[in-house]
Design a protein around this ligand. Structure first.
Ligand SMILES: Nc1ncnc2c1ncn2[C@@H]1O[C@H](COP(=O)(O)OP(=O)(O)OP(=O)(O)O)[C@@H](O)[C@H]1O
Length: 285
């Protein structure tokens, strides 16, 4: 597999403030990357850099292209969506289809119509007359009809209820994603996307603090529900984070063999949310 994204030493300053601080990472095709970080961490700045929408220092190439100098070329292969619950209210469904057909060379009207046939959306309805769920369905039909090699989703499901958020990701995974496509998603609702991710990047204060495949993470991070008698031993092994659940200590370890940890108590895979909290605390310490 070859890398479709290669970023080396990306820096972005707003005045004296560093929004991106020496960011380097690589991504192969056929992956789904979750880009996770607290508010103001630099996620959108990084996405904007990838899309050639903001100047930065450092080396960046996507599909071998320079996002700044070859933006037009890059945009033929990339689709970027910020919020699937929003489309202009005045536009008719048919006009939205015409618009996307006009701006994206790899949009298939036929495919879009096929997706819309599975819904109750009428071509002559205006967006303002559609329910929020229908707007999401329309937006998804428009996105999935674009044969993009890289789909970038910045907080795509903001403002949607859990049912629509779930069906959004399910449809994306089942009807759109394949080995030839790559998806980058930023969201604060990590627990809803962790099952679809193949890769994870945590970013904090403009710096990458974790960058690994989900498989590698599952092999190196473990959470132990520590038996009372082994608490001292567990703490001496310097867990990344300790939390209490019903009076019992739950310790998160990295780089310690599962077999060794099993001697302290019940071992399980940490959720991305727990890993995130542990990493953020660790970096802040
Ligand atoms: N145009 C700008 N001028 C000055 N500062 C900016 C500008 N854009 C972003 N910043 C600052 O850069 C930092 C990173 O912002 P960014 O939008 O990339 O964060 P984010 O991780 O996407 O946050 P959120 O999760 O809140 O959307 C923030 O502190 C923000 O205030």
């Amino acid at each position: 597999m070859s890398n479709i994204i290669e970023a080396k030493g990306l820096n972005k300053q707003y005045g004296n403030f560093k929004a991106l601080d020496n960011v380097s990472f690589e991504l192969e095709s056929g992956r789904i990357l979750g880009l996770i970080g607290p508010n103001g961490a630099g996620k959108t700045t990084l996405l904007k850099s990838l899309l050639g929408l903001t100047p930065f220092e450092g080396e960046l190439n996507i599909f071998g292209l320079d996002p700044h100098k070859q933006r037009d070329e890059l945009m033929k292969r990339v689709c970027f969506i910020a919020d699937v619950a929003v489309l202009p209210r005045w536009i008719k469904v048919s006009q939205a289809i015409d618009f996307v057909e006009g701006v994206h060379p790899r949009f298939s009207r036929e495919l879009c119509e096929k997706y819309l046939e599975q819904t109750k959306i009428k071509r002559n309805s205006r967006v303002k007359s559609l329910s929020k769920g229908m707007v999401v369905q329309l937006h998804l039909a428009l996105i999935m009809a674009i044969d993009a090699d890289l789909l970038i989703l910045d907080e795509p499901t903001l403002g949607l209820d859990i049912l629509f958020r779930k069906s959004f990701y399910e449809q994306l995974l089942n009807d759109y994603f394949d080995d030839n496509r790559t998806i980058i998603i930023t969201t604060h609702q990590v627990e809803e996307i962790e099952h679809i991710l193949s890769d994870l990047i945590f970013i904090q204060d403009g710096k990458i603090v974790l960058d690994d495949s989900m498989d590698a993470i599952a092999d190196s991070y473990f959470e132990v529900m520590v038996e009372k008698e082994f608490e001292e031993a567990a703490l001496a092994m310097k867990p990344l984070n300790v939390r209490e659940v019903f009076g019992q200590k739950v310790c998160l370890f990295s780089g310690i063999a599962k077999e060794q940890l099993q001697e302290l108590g019940k071992v399980r895979k940490p959720s991305v949310a727990d890993l995130f909290v542990a990493k953020m605390k660790g970096e802040a310490a």
